[in-house]
Design a binder for this molecule. Structure first.
Ligand code: NAD
Length: 357
């Protein structure tokens, strides 16, 4: 059993606490600069509430920390935790810039601590089934993949750190687009990104966004200086192309909205809803189209995925290597490379050749 400390007591920290409890980990302490939040969290999850981060980092009984803070804290906290001898499960995005990713990777190498990235979509039951089908050769050679994630009212905390570029590093791209960039790359075994074309948009404003039902409470005097939509296509060195289409918010009817992923190979293709319980599989048999539905064993897909992520983290701590399903720091850096290229492409209105001036 691993003794874990949590840095951050916000929305996703509660999901981690639940997953830790379900996978036989021991959540022993939490730190959050907001006293009211950390105390309520500690009471709910029966752990110690710490006044200072050092109280967690200096405790010898704590082997690992989960970092579930705003993005601008990711680099500083993961570096501090690894220097204090803790293994780290770091929420996505890895950091806010490639330079910060490199700082984290340097300290990871120096300290030899385990660093797993919070790319939880890799553990979606449907995505894991598709990975298995790909590994079994059912899709043949993969050429192209695309992911669509359109929310109806999904801007997290409009006006909060999420929508303030200085604190988040960007909008829906760095918030949810990173999950899809990583997942497509993982499923298709895409290698080094070579060319990126991206376009960002901001459809809503503090005034025009409807509040009747939304992700979290708006901060009316806050900032909203990031994109709420992005489309992008990345070409990798092994010829694979991956495409994303993401919106935090649209006026589309809720019943129409699905998190759809398509993977196309020369022998077969799949479509699946990330949080669904089946995969649509098409192939060709004796020259004729063949269609089938592959059932996926799912309890509650999002919760299942976080539990599998924590199970992998616990195994990684024992084996001293990040599980093959989970995201590594190299995966986090690769995603950040693509994110930066998408923003650059949008700014300069050209396709970006990565690693070329
Ligand atoms: N994997 C996923 O699907 C997923 C989902 C949501 C959020 N996230 C990521 O998790 C992180 C947190 O998101 P959230 O939705 O929980 O945000 P949140 O705003 O609900 O919570 C963040 C918490 O961190 C605290 N905090 C700020 N600075 C801190 C510090 N230095 N040390 C400790 N705590 C600090 C804040 O007071 C707040 O309570 C973000 O990086 C986000 O991208 C991941």
């Amino acid at each position: 059993m691993t003794n874990i400390g949590l840095l951050g007591a916000g929305m996703i920290a509660n999901v981690h606490a639940e997953a830790i409890a379900a996978t036989n980990g021991e959540l022993v302490a939490v730190f959050d600069p907001c006293k009211h939040r950390r105390d309520a969290f500690a009471q709910k999850w029966d752990c110690d509430s710490c006044d200072k981060i050092e109280e967690i980092l200096s405790r010898p009984d704590i082997e690992a920390v989960v970092i579930a803070t705003p993005n601008d804290q990711h680099a500083e906290l993961s570096i501090a935790a690894m220097r204090a001898g803790k293994d780290v499960l770091l929420e996505k995005p890895m950091a806010m810039s490639l330079a910060q990713c490199d700082d984290i990777i340097n300290v990871q190498k120096e300290t030899a601590q385990l660093l797993q990235l919070g790319f939880v979509c890799r553990f979606s039951p449907a995505a894991m089934k598709v990975k298995q089908m790909i590994d079994e050769g059912k899709l043949g050679t993969i050429r192209h993949a695309r992911a669509t994630l359109l929310r109806q009212r999904g801007i997290p905390g409009l006006g909060s750190w999420f929508t303030t570029k200085e604190r988040s590093g960007g909008g829906c791209l760095i918030d949810i687009g990173v999950h899809l960039i990583d997942l497509l790359s993982h499923l298709t075994s895409a290698t080094t990104p070579e060319r990126v074309l991206g376009m960002c948009s901001q459809t809503f404003s503090m005034e025009s966004y409807g509040y009747d039902e939304m992700w979290s409470m708006p901060k009316p005097d806050g900032t909203f200086d990031v994109e709420d939509g992005v489309v992008a296509i990345t070409t990798f060195a092994n010829g694979i192309t991956n495409q994303i289409d993401v919106s935090w918010a649209t006026h589309l009817p809720e019943s129409f909205i699905r998190d759809g992923i398509t993977i196309e190979g020369d022998k077969g293709a799949v479509w699946f809803d990330l949080w669904g319980d089946s995969v649509a599989f098409g192939s060709s048999v004796d020259g004729r189209s063949n269609e089938s539905t592959v059932e996926v064993n799912v309890n509650e897909a999002w919760g299942d995925a976080f539990q599998l992520e924590h199970k992998a983290f616990a195994e990684g701590i024992v084996n001293r290597v990040v599980s093959s399903t989970a995201g590594t720091s190299d995966d986090g850096r690769k995603v950040q490379t693509i994110v930066e290229a998408i923003y650059k492409s949008d700014n300069e209105k050209v396709e970006i050749q990565i690693n070329r001036p």
